[in-house]
Each structure stands twice: as structure tokens, then as C-alpha cells.
Write a protein that binds this ligand. Structure first.
Ligand code: ADP
Length: 550
């Protein structure tokens, strides 16, 4: 017998409103902190739903946002989805032509935009013929002059409406969210999330082996709300009845530190770059991290040195892996029962991996011949996943769908190993794997080793074309000011030679000011590879190191 209601997001809002009416939501804006309760939140969410209905938004319409992490954006999370429309969060850091493509492809009806991003939207729209948008709303209390028309400011938009709203009964197959992959290759591809996908993702991440959030937690999602719903945290924090702290537009380490201290944050989430910034900042300014219990790190591999640094501050790192296509959490690295007798070093090595499949998900690892590889921590293949919150298609894109999905499995494009205990480790992206003389080199392992070295702030390793070996690794290193480049190169060569086969050691160590990043904070390896190939500013002398003959 089916349950009386479907798996939809609205009951999470109901629970927070009724059980935790006094629990706070805090949001950083240009004029300081806004602070209110779930009770006030809920009534504004209803006002917003009434306003959207008055604008003509009905079931199935897409409502776009180009917004940072703040309370108004969070209000859209429940208002849009629970009224039956679809919340389409757009990454404003993408190139303008990608934003044009995304708005056009999705056919958005209303666009909510932060004041600082009005220009970005205006520019993106001049490059498209899109005629679906009937209303722009600027996330402020005054709409400044703008080419966007008709435009209203958010507070006036809300004020004109009552905080009474009869939520419609929704089916779990109804679309609730939408997000585009950042398109490191080709145009961004749309992924739709149904209510059931977001509901099951919330429940799975709320399990003890996910990223559980309790009612005494204080949650700080630094990961942007335009990046796969801030990894689902605003939904799971509401489900758990936790206090939520939104850090506002482009928060700097000083602002994060101050929010952690003043709000007593217990759990925060962000990509490694964010934590690297905080770590750097704390070399000269003290931040009290004593309330912080857990930090979720994902999006790119968490360097081991970062895990150690958090450990030394008494903060547990939950290393997580995921993708836009799966809403996004797939694995989380918890210490598995039975590992109590393992040495501290062994346990730490496990935790540094991307971790164990979250309950509800299945995966397999497929080699070049289409066979499953054994779980021995050595052999690798492409990771395939399936589960209730994993999509089985891209929006209106048959060719990309045919390429990426097979029999309900998502082919992730990630190359992984799985060890005897089931811990999955990402060893590369298929497109980033370095093949030298027919043998495979893991750019990720080299990067981790280099980043763990004193004097190195950040590093990435890419494969560049080589006449003899097809490809050779080159390391791009951001060193701190104190380090002598020549000495550091010699040290790195010696240290990598000790840890890896001789032919894995990069042919060159190039020092750069910063590693270029994609719009989602990942290393933009393609940019470095192209620069390297097209310039003679780097030393391209032939390699002295040889991979083994095949
Ligand atoms: P895009 O694929 O468009 O860059 P996503 O945010 O969907 O955007 O990125 C998903 C990819 O990010 C994964 O397939 C994987 O390669 C990488 N990734 C995510 N989390 C981790 C992690 N913890 N360690 C290593 N790589 C990760």
C-alpha cells in the first residue's frame, strides 16, 4: 500500500515551522546580519508563494535565481518547490555565453537576481532571443535603475501579499529543482531534480553515514546555493531543525571566521579552496574554531594536509564526493566499524579517501574491457552509480544522455579504486588521466603529495603532449613567499622520487601565482595545458625520466 502522501519537500518546512519556531536563521548582507526565526521564515515563504502565484507562476514553471547564499535565496528554496514550480539555480560565475545558453535552454519564467549580478544577467540576456521571462526581482529592498524590465525589489514584491497560502498536493515525480553542470567540456547540460530525488537525497544525507544534521547544530553552507543546492544542506538543515547561517556574497576568510565565532557554527561545508583561504588567514589572525565539530569538504579532493590541519584544531573532516547529476552527494568518508584496531595512520588514510557509498546508492567500477574491477584498492576503472537521487537523463539533450547513461547507471567520468573495506578513492577524471608510454600516472596523487610539502600553498599536475611518451606530467606550483624556487624544486623532486616510480616525477615544476579555477572552484587544468602547449615561456626540454617500456 502506498503512503497517503508522496515524497515531497513541504513536510520538512512544516516540521521546522511547528517544532522549531524559535530556531534562528542568520544571513550576512552588505548592511550587516539579518536574523529571524523559522516561524518568520515560514510566513515569508508563504508570502513569496502568493506573490509568485500572482505573477502567474504555475506548476511546472521555472523560476531562476542568480544569487549568493542569503535568507531571501533560502526563502525561494521552499516557496518555489512547494508551490509546484521548479527552482532553477544558475551559477553566476559561469562565462556569460553559458548563462545565456542556460536561461534560453530552461525557458525561465521569473528571474531573481542579486543587486551585484544585475549586470551579469543583463549582459547574458542581450545575447539571447529568450522571450519567456515575465518578471525580474532584485534581491534587495530597492530596485535600482536597470535595463531588466519589468523589475521589482524583493521586499516590495513580498509586501504586497498575504502570508496565507494553501500548499497544493504534489506528486513526487513533479520537478522541484534544476541545475546545470558547469560544462568543463562543451555547453552546460541541464539536470532536473524531482521532489522524490531531493526528498531521498535529504533523507540519505540525514542518515548517520551521510552528513547528519541535528537540532542543536549550527550550519554554515559556504558552498554556494547555486552549486547543486549547496549540496542539499538548506533542505537537510531544515529537516533536522538546525540553526542556519548564510554567509552572503563571496565571503572572505575573515568573514567566515567571524561568523563561525559569533554564531557558534558546528558544521560547515565548502570546496578545498575555501578552507585553504581560512587556513592561510589563520597563519596571521586567530579564529576560535572551538564550536566547529565537522567540516564537509568536497567538489575536489581534500588534500591530506588539510585534513591534518583540521584535526589539529579538533575538527573532524567529512570528505565527500558527488556530482550535479546526483543532487549531489554520493560518498562520505566515515570511519567504518571494525577499523577500531587499525593504526591511526591507516584510519586517517581511509578518511582521506572519498569514502563509502551513502545508504541508498549502488556503484560499480568498470575497466576498459567493460568488466567490473575487484575491490583491492589497486585496480581502477570508471565509476558508475545509480540510485533514487541519481538522474537518468540530461534535460532536452539526447546525445549527451545517450553518451552518459546506460541501463539506469550514470557513467561518472571519474576514475576510481575501491579498497577491501569499500572505500572509494577518486584517482582522476577520465579526461585528466596522464598516459605516459602507455602507462598511467595519477595527477591527483602527485598533487596531494606536492601540496603536502612545506612551502607549497597549492599545486596541480597536468599531462602535456610529448613526442616520445605521448604525455608527460608537469607540475604547476603556488609557493609561499619564503620558499626559494630552486630549492623547492630540488626538494619536491627528491620527495616525489622517494614516494613514486621515477617516471611519475613531473618533468618540470612551474611556479605560478594562482591555480586557475573553474566556475565551481575546481582546478582549470585545460587552461594550464593550453597555455603550456602554446607558449615557450615554460621549459619544455625533453624528459630525462623514462616510463617503463611497454
Ligand atoms: P562539473 O562536473 O560540471 O565540474 P560537478 O560539481 O558536478 O561539476 O563536479 C563533479 C565532479 O567533481 C566529480 O565527477 C569529480 O570529478 C569531482 N569531485 C567532486 N567531489 C570530489 C572529491 N571529494 N574529490 C575529488 N573529486 C571530486
Amino acid at each position: 500500500m502506498p503512503g497517503a502522501t508522496d515524497q515531497t519537500l513541504r513536510p520538512f518546512l512544516w516540521r521546522a515551522e511547528r517544532l522549531y519556531p524559535e530556531t534562528e536563521i542568520v544571513s550576512r548582507g552588505h548592511d550587516g546580519l539579518t536574523r529571524y526565526t523559522y516561524s518568520e521564515y515560514s510566513s515569508r515563504v508563504k508570502q513569496l508563494a502568493s506573490a509568485l502565484r500572482a505573477t502567474g507562476v504555475t506548476a511546472g514553471d521555472r523560476v531562476a535565481t542568480l544569487c549568493w547564499n542569503h535568507h531571501r535565496h533560502f526563502e525561494l528554496y521552499f516557496a518555489v518547490t512547494s508551490m509546484g514550480a521548479q527552482l532553477h539555480t544558475i551559477n553566476p560565475l559561469l562565462p556569460t555565453d553559458h548563462i545565456s545558453h542556460i536561461i534560453d535552454d530552461a525557458g525561465d519564467r521569473v528571474v531573481f537576481v542579486d543587486p551585484s549580478l544585475v549586470e551579469t544577467v543583463t549582459e547574458a540576456l542581450t545575447a539571447t532571443e529568450t522571450d519567456t521571462i515575465t518578471q525580474f526581482v532584485v534581491m534587495d529592498d530597492s530596485a535600482s535603475a536597470s535595463a531588466l524590465d519589468p523589475i521589482e525589489d524583493y521586499e516590495s514584491y513580498l509586501d504586497a501579499h498575504e502570508s496565507a497560502f494553501e500548499w497544493p498536493a504534489l506528486e513526487e515525480t513533479a520537478p522541484a529543482g534544476m541545475c546545470y553542470t558547469s560544462g568543463t567540456t562543451g555547453k552546460p547540460k541541464g539536470v532536473e531534480y524531482t521532489h522524490q530525488m531531493l526528498w531521498s537525497h535529504t533523507m540519505a544525507t540525514q542518515s548517520p553515514q551521510g552528513i547528519p544534521i541535528d537540532d542543536d547544530d549550527v550550519v554554515l553552507p559556504v558552498v554556494p546555493m547555486f552549486h547543486v543546492n549547496a549540496w542539499g544542506m538548506p533542505f537537510s538543515a531544515t529537516a533536522g531543525g538546525a540553526k542556519q547561517v548564510f554567509p552572503g556574497p563571496a565571503p572572505e576568510p575573515a568573514e567566515l571566521g567571524s561568523l563561525i565565532e559569533s554564531e557558534g557554527v558546528t558544521i560547515a561545508a565548502g570546496v578545498p579552496t575555501v578552507w585553504l583561504g581560512l587556513k592561510e588567514y589563520m597563519t596571521h589572525t586567530a579564529v576560535d574554531l572551538s564550536t566547529l565539530e565537522r567540516v564537509v569538504i568536497g567538489g575536489s579532493a581534500a588534500p591530506e594536509s588539510m585534513i591534518d590541519w583540521f584535526d589539529s584544531h579538533g575538527v573532524e573532516v567529512l570528505h565527500a564526493w558527488g556530482m550535479t547529476e546526483m543532487a549531489p552527494i554520493g560518498t562520505v568518508s566515515h570511519a567504518k566499524a571494525g577499523l577500531e584496531d587499525a593504526s591511526a595512520a591507516q584510519r586517517r588514510a581511509k578518511r582521506a579517501k572519498q569514502g563509502l557509498a551513502v545508504p541508498g546508492l549502488e556503484f560499480r567500477v568498470i575497466d576498459d574491457n567493460g568488466d567490473e574491477v575487484p575491490w583491492d584498492g589497486e585496480q581502477f576503472g570508471e565509476l558508475w552509480v545509480r540510485g533514487p537521487w541519481v538522474t537518468t537523463e540530461y534535460f532536452a539533450n539526447e546525445s549527451a544522455t545517450a553518451e552518459t547513461f546506460e541501463d539506469g547507471w550514470l557513467k561518472t567520468g571519474d576514475v576510481v579504486t575501491v579498497d577491501e573495506d569499500g572505500y572509494l578513492e577518486i584517482v582522476d577524471r577520465i579526461k585528466d588521466v596522464i598516459k605516459s608510454g602507455g602507462e598511467w600516472i595519477s595527477s591527483v596523487e602527485l598533487e596531494n603529495a606536492i601540496m603536502g610539502h612545506d612551502g607549497v600553498e597549492e599545486a596541480t599536475v597536468v599531462g602535456v603532449g610529448d613526442d616520445k611518451w605521448q604525455e608527460r606530467p608537469i607540475a604547476f606550483v603556488v609557493a609561499d613567499d619564503s620558499a626559494s624556487r630552486d630549492e623547492l624544486t630540488a626538494e619536491l623532486e627528491a620527495s616525489l622520487t622517494e614516494q613514486f616510480p621515477k617516471w611519475w616525477v613531473p618533468d618540470a615544476f612551474e611556479f605560478i601565482d594562482a591555480v586557475p579555477k573553474t566556475a565551481t572552484g575546481k582546478f582549470a587544468k585545460r587552461v594550464l595545458r593550453e597555455q603550456y602547449d602554446s607558449t615557450d615561456q615554460f621549459d619544455t626540454s625533453p624528459s630525462a625520466k623514462a616510463p617503463p617500456e611497454e
